[in-house]
Design a binder for this molecule. Structure first.
Ligand code: GAL
Length: 330
């Protein structure tokens, strides 16, 4: 009897000890490290997970959905307890979620939604609201005129949400007959090149000018500026972007871009890291205060707001919050 008690005490001790020393192992699957914002997301997530007592294993897919799948399978087979994923492809990443589920590994979709699968959690910015912010700002300056829209990658669900937001604001003005949409195209890869091509094609045709362009991110906006420059229109056409890239902030200061959108990267990264650690410890993640339909289920989510950055508030936003150094702009 005494021996049994001793064995029991020993077992409890071991259990207690392993629980105390248990370091949650989190897998972070990045799409790519471009544009520059993703480097910040990655560094912040790694830092926060370590700070919370976990370990973080990172894989970067370089925009290759099949590679991302292989990286995920390897991580799961090697025993990660939770996955945070920036999906390369909104549909294909569903296979990752399905494999993870079979192996009891919960998945957090980070900033981009994985569609049509039993995804566990989604942490992002409100992308419809971002599209609205872009269109609202430009239409306040020019409530009537010719507008061009260049969307994000069709493999990224954010592209559709942004377009929805942009059209929420533009549609009533189109119906009033004030706004004319001269182009509205998606891209394959959020690329500078595609921003350039779409704008240049329009400007090279027999068209009657353009008043404003909504580019779905700063990389695309950068290509738009190159095309505008070739046609002597840089600074004369309103231009919105997204991501608060250093280059975009410089373009805003220089007058070639009107606004960008500043996402709360730090809060996003911290929310995802915090949720991952809680989940790995068998606890429920906090602040999942909304559900988002991913086509298959209502996914518990956190959606954070983003802000407009224009010439007058650069110091009060991206600089004062340490996102960009003042010396980088000059
Ligand atoms: C989107 C994201 C943008 C931009 C883009 C290109 O999903 O919302 O902020 O970075 O990807 O990577």
């Amino acid at each position: 009897m005494k021996a049994l008690k001793l064995i029991l005490l020993f077992a409890i001790g071991i259990l207690f000890f392993t629980n105390c020393t248990h370091k949650p192992h989190v897998g972070l699957l990045m799409d790519s490290l471009k544009p520059e914002r993703w480097e910040k997301d990655m560094a912040l997530i790694e830092e926060k997970i370590n700070e919370l007592g976990g370990t973080c294993e990172v894989a970067i897919a370089d925009s290759d959905a099949d590679r991302q799948y292989d990286q995920a399978i390897e991580m799961i087979n090697n025993g990660v307890e939770v996955l945070i994923i920036v999906p390369v492809d909104l549909e294909k990443a569903g296979d990752i979620v399905r494999y993870a589920r079979k192996n009891y590994v919960p998945v957090i979709s980070y900033d981009r939604l994985v569609r049509n699968c039993n995804l566990d959690y989604y942490i992002s910015t409100d992308n419809i609201a971002i599209g609205e912010l872009q269109a609202e700002y430009l239409t306040k300056i020019k409530p009537a005129g010719k507008y061009g829209i260049i969307g994000g990658a069709t493999s990224d669900y954010n592209a559709y949400l942004l377009n929805l937001g942009q059209m929420n604001i533009l549609q009533p003005l189109i119906e009033k007959g004030d706004v004319d949409i001269v182009f509205n195209e998606f891209t394959n890869n959020w690329s500078l090149h595609e921003g350039y091509e779409i704008t240049n094609n329009y400007l090279s045709g027999e068209n009657e000018g353009i008043d404003a362009i909504i580019a779905s991110n700063d990389n695309i906006a950068s290509g738009v500026i190159s095309a505008l420059k070739e046609h002597n229109l840089a600074g004369k056409v309103l231009l919105a972007g997204q991501d608060a890239d250093i280059e975009a902030i410089r373009n805003i200061v220089g007058g070639n871009q009107t606004i960008t959108i500043y996402k709360p990267i730090e809060s996003l990264a911290f929310a995802a890291s915090d949720a991952a650690i809680k989940i790995a410890k068998g606890k429920a993640p906090s602040n999942m205060n909304i559900t988002i339909n991913n086509g298959k289920r209502l996914v518990p989510a956190i959606l954070l707001p983003a802000r407009v950055v224009h010439k007058q508030n650069i110091k009060m936003t991206v600089i004062s919050e340490g996102y960009i150094e003042e010396t980088d702009i000059k």
